[in-house]
Design a protein around this ligand. Sequence first.
Ligand SMILES: Cc1ncc(COP(=O)(O)O)c(C=O)c1O
Length: 344
Amino acid sequence: MPDLSWTNLGFNPVETNSIIVSRFKDGVWSEPQSVNSVEFSINFFAGSLHYASSCFEGLKAFRGADGKVRIFRPEENADRMTRSADFLAMPSPSKAMFLEMVARAVKENIEFLPPYGFNASMYIRPLIFGSSPQLGVATPAEVTFAVMVSPVGAYVGKTLVPVSAVLVRNYDRAAPNGSGSYKISANYAPSLRPYKIAHEQGFGEILFLDSSTHSCIDEFGSSNFIGIKDGVYVTPLSSSILPSITNKSLRTIAEDLGIKVERRPVSVEELQDFQEVGACGTAVVITPIHSITDKPALESEELTRTYSFGEKDKCGHVLHRMYDVIRGIQDGTEEDIHNWCMIL
Ligand SMILES: Cc1ncc(COP(=O)(O)O)c(C=O)c1O
């Protein structure tokens, strides 16, 4: 049994028993193997290190109140990974192979799955990357698919404790016809500097705008935007944001609860109309946002305006209710009426 404190996990990688790996070479995927070390050797000329030929996924396994192990919507992640790999002109595993390797990674590391009741889970990170040497810009000849796991707690701060965010006006995450809707590693590089500056200024999250007009909300650095306006669930429709599986699930939950859903462009000015704002994603589930600060530039000391939502230290009741339902489905305490969970 690993010597872990389930209460203080945070979001850092923990070394587990094994990583499940398969290699694509000469048109076929190799038989998946368990690798017992987080270290491996790679050619310095590997395409992923130079040309970002890599994409990944993030999903979670939960130990339920009934003792069962549930993986939340893994088929959605399999489909999204295929879309991302296609975008990079790289091969991806079949859905069956993806699900089998994900299940195997959880099973082989089962003692790292946090018990029920600690608000902790096992994060599953499938990764595809170009692993063969190359010098020219081209699709890699050989690709590696690895599935890693790590026990995790809250992504930022404490569960359901609101954080502040800042609008990013002078850095763009993705171009209108670019890569924003794919979960490729290259999308995260443009957020590293804005995140660093924002964190140094005490903000918990960064909010990107559409890069062509900077007038509409795209998404947070690592999660989608949700706003509650007079009881309606509003979330941006944009071709440059990641189609979040959490957001998709919350939209269904909202409809099940009789909450109206609007998925459409959301202007910056509309921020003043929201009573609740949240950032949603697998890692964060829902992080309530208590304020969004608008500045001419991230580095600027000057503030244009700060929008505030609800109480500073309390999640609003609509988002709280939705959080309870999605977490209940993941924990097996709410009925899984849409058959979202894969039970191991
Ligand atoms: C940029 C970005 N947007 C949104 C999300 C949320 O997506 P999901 O709910 O599928 O985890 C993530 C996290 O995976 C992300 O990295």
